[in-house]
Design a binder for this molecule. Structure first.
Ligand SMILES: Cc1cc2nc3c(=O)[nH]c(=O)nc-3n(C[C@H](O)[C@H](O)[C@H](O)COP(=O)(O)OP(=O)(O)OC[C@H]3O[C@@H](n4cnc5c(N)ncnc54)[C@H](O)[C@@H]3O)c2cc1C
Length: 451
């Protein structure tokens, strides 16, 4: 038994402690990205601040590193740590909606699907991401981009408040009124919470009627379709339709799917796009929102090894032929290239009190490699790196889609935002107990990955 486990046994109730000798350990240690085949010394599963504080104090007194996990989906593996202590909130998924205030309280381990299910029963929703098993906490801390982003903005734009356990053991309510500096960082800063989130509270919106689906084109048509989309969006980016073209494989054949989600009763933008692009739109029809929210789940199961590269643009002039070439050269048929378009007016409308750095971004491209065999790590990572560098970018990278300590994430931030993060660190987590993830890169240029 490790020193940490014996010390934790004195301060943590047995039922909250998972160690290599407990039966659930082998399952509990896993996170979504199987590249991070990590063996923490212990996991503590509790929402009790005094238990969590005792556990972190114990770990720090022994010099043991700490990671915090909610949904465990970050591709960079930030929510686990070799031989360290994991504060694991993944079992705590409670979601409680208050119809009177329209607010929803969420425990940190809740997944997007948990929110959708509870809220849809009340005709409400919080705009979140597109795969239902993703954790709401990490998603919100980094921003949160999904099917409603065009008109409703990011998930973090709907955050009302949060309960945060600080490194010194205090539990604080964080909102626009209280600890506003910390609230700003929580809203999409992507550098963690400078503490541990115990609860999130969101504003909800009425469940929109959505017309959504996927229009498939052969790869030979990708340059025309993506070029037409760029031209159309450069003139006028709709607020009513979220567009997410994906270059991927159906079977062994690469092609382009334009995934669309119109979230308004006004379908004029949708009609305009349909007329301009052509193709078979029979898959685009009225959908039940929670059902559409899980439409991509199968593409991301079962969990495998993964490597992502995110590139953002504040212009709409990338060469679509490069993307077609990239998917043609993908090492296997689980690789994909996701293009996301943003309505900058919508993003900017929520800028106040949010550290999300990409509000001038018009477009993001995500090179996503998925594969099962460790022997193929290099070829997949090389593919994502090579093409992300070839298409350039320059407006930064989305922290939720980015691997460990990427310099592109750091370069997304204005110098004053970086300075504010350092001030928050000094105020709330001076010993950097919770500095794993992109926050680790903010203070130490030596760790920056330039790959
Ligand atoms: C299959 C898949 C689909 C995705 N789809 C989308 C999408 O549609 N839109 C989108 O925007 N993003 C998407 N993402 C990215 C996703 O937003 C991030 O991976 C996000 O970090 C997931 O949150 P989590 O709680 O599951 O992550 P975790 O890995 O548990 O945590 C992520 C980070 O947040 C910190 N953290 C977690 N919990 C806490 C806490 N309680 N207190 C303080 N810090 C904490 C962790 O330490 C870590 O640094 C997707 C990811 C995957 C793997």
């Amino acid at each position: 038994m490790s020193d940490l486990v014996s010390a934790l046994r004195r301060v943590v109730p047995e039922m909250c402690l998972v160690s290599p000798s407990t039966p659930e350990y082998e399952q509990a240690r896993l996170i979504y990205n199987r590249m991070h085949d990590i063996r923490p010394a212990a996991l503590v599963r509790s929402l009790d601040p005094s238990v969590l504080h005792s556990a972190t104090k114990t770990a720090t007194s022994l010099g043991v590193p700490i990671a915090v996990r909610s949904g465990g989906h970050h591709i960079g593996g930030f929510s686990t740590v070799e031989d360290g202590l994991v504060l694991d909130f993944s079992p705590f998924r409670n979601v409680v909606f208050d119809p009177e205030s329209g607010l929803v309280q969420v425990r940190p381990g809740a997944r997007l699907g948990d929110l959708d299910t509870v809220l849809a029963a009340h005709g409400r929703c919080v705009p979140t991401g597109t795969v239902s098993d993703t954790g709401i906490t990490g998603l919100t801390l980094g921003g949160g981009i999904g099917w409603l982003v065009a008109g409703y903005g990011l998930t973090c734009d709907h955050l009302h408040s949060a309960e945060v356990l600080l490194a010194d053991g205090r539990v604080v309510e964080v909102s626009r009124q209280a600890h506003a500096d910390l609230f700003t960082a929580l809203r999409g800063g992507g550098v963690g919470a400078f503490g541990v989130v115990l609860k999130l509270c969101f504003h909800t919106v009425p469940l929109p009627r959505i017309k959504a689906g996927s229009v498939r084109y052969p790869l030979s048509d990708a340059t025309r379709v993506l070029g037409a989309l760029q031209k159309l969006l450069a003139e006028d980016t709709p607020e009513t339709v979220t567009l997410a073209p994906v270059l991927d494989f159906r079977g062994s054949t690469p092609g382009l799917s334009v995934d669309v989600c119109c979230h308004s009763d006004d379908e004029r933008d949708l009609d305009r796009i349909r007329t301009m692009l052509g193709g078979d739109w029979s898959d685009v029809y009225d959908r039940h929102y929670p059902q559409w929210q899980s439409i991509l789940d199968r593409s991301f199961q079962p969990p495998m090894r993964g490597y992502w590269k995110s590139v953002h643009f504040d212009r709409l002039d990338i060469d679509p032929e490069l993307l077609a070439e990239a998917i043609r050269g993908a090492p296997d048929n689980r690789c994909s290239i996701l293009v996301e378009y943003y309505n900058v007016e919508t993003l900017r409308a929520h800028a106040e009190g949010s550290a999300f750095p990409l509000r001038d971004s018009r477009m993001g491209v995500l090179f996503s490699a998925r594969w099962p065999d460790p022997a193929h790590d290099d070829v997949h990572m090389h593919w994502a790196r090579k093409w992300s560098m070839r298409i350039g970018g320059g407006a930064g990278a989305y922290s939720n889609y980015s691997q460990d300590t990427e310099h592109q994430v750091r370069s997304s931030f204005a110098p004053e935002t970086l300075a504010s993060f350092r001030a928050l660190e000094a105020a709330y987590d001076p010993d950097r107990l919770f500095a794993k993830g992109h926050r680790a890169a903010l203070g130490d240029s030596a760790t920056v990955d330039r790959g």
